[in-house]
Design a binder for this molecule. Structure first.
Ligand SMILES: C[S@@+](CC[C@H](N)C(=O)[O-])C[C@H]1O[C@@H](n2cnc3c(N)ncnc32)[C@H](O)[C@@H]1O
Length: 250
């Protein structure tokens, strides 16, 4: 257990062509590099996010939280909460939120009033069925073991509990996609390099290669214990929202 409202628990097809073959870390090396990267970029994470999405990320987060459709007072876990944007919106909807993240740096930059836990999403230090809902923003591709992490999401949700996951995506329209590739692979690394850490923002477009295609993600979620799995693009495929319901009788 550590201080400050914080306790210690323990080839996606959409990748731009130039990045599909880039060597990306796996296993313990990936976990260590992801943690170190977010520790480094935490202080300017929110600023770079707003600039690189023209503020649209907040709109997509709003949609994510709304899709939980739970009554006020529901217990919601913000998995990989980072600096807490989703937690803040969820609290505004009257939810009782707990945030969990791997990076101590991101948690230190989290200025929400949410109780925070430092832990790996694949080993959540919460009781089975402890939450009514779970949100997760832009973190799927950062998880080292996606199957184990989604199985943990299912375990900590009560039967009937709701999952809402926000992730980057790649537009299917050719024109939209061309602009997106230039912005994501050229402009964002420059912007991130100027304001934060160039290596981290070069990794960002590369990390899209970790995301499974939608049918695979649906299968993993069903296998983990979810039903009513839906995947839908936001803003023509700039982001995607994945929703699901924990199977079982409440
Ligand atoms: C792109 S940030 C997203 C932060 C926040 N959810 C948001 O919407 O802005 C990804 C977050 O995932 C966290 N993360 C990465 N791997 C993790 C893991 N295995 N367990 C928990 N958090 C993890 C990182 O530390 C980082 O805060």
């Amino acid at each position: 257990m550590t201080a400050r409202r914080r306790t210690r628990g323990t080839g996606r097809s959409g990748a731009p062509p130039s990045l599909r073959t880039a060597a990306l870390p796996t296993g313990a090396e990936k976990t260590a590099r992801v943690r170190a990267m977010f520790d480094t970029i935490a202080p300017r994470y929110d600023l770079v996010n707003r600039l690189m999405t023209f503020g649209l990320d907040q709109l997509w987060r709003r949609t994510t939280v709304s899709s939980l459709a739970l009554p006020a007072g529901a217990r919601v876990l913000d998995l990989a909460c980072g600096t807490g944007d989703l937690s803040r919106l969820a609290r505004r909807d009257g939810y009782r939120v707990v945030g969990v993240d791997l990076s101590a740096g991101m948690l230190a930059a989290n200025e929400t009033a949410t109780p925070l836990v430092e832990a790996d999403g694949s080993r959540l230090p919460f009781a089975t069925g402890a939450f009514d809902g779970l949100v997760c923003g832009y973190a799927l591709r950062n998880f080292t073991d996606l199957e184990a992490t989604l199985a943990e999401c299912a375990r900590v949700l009560r039967p009937g509990g709701r999952l809402a996951v926000l992730e980057v995506d790649a537009p299917t329209s050719r024109l939209w996609r061309a602009g997106y590739d230039v912005w994501f692979t050229k402009a964002v690394p420059l912007l991130g390099g100027a304001l934060s850490d160039g290596a981290a923002y070069r990794y960002l477009p590369q990390s899209v290669a970790y995301l499974p295609p939608a049918p695979t993600l649906r299968r993993i979620l069903r296998h983990a214990g979810f039903s009513a799995v839906g995947v839908r693009p936001l803003a023509g495929g700039l982001s995607q929202l994945v929703v699901a319901t924990r199977r079982g009788t409440p």
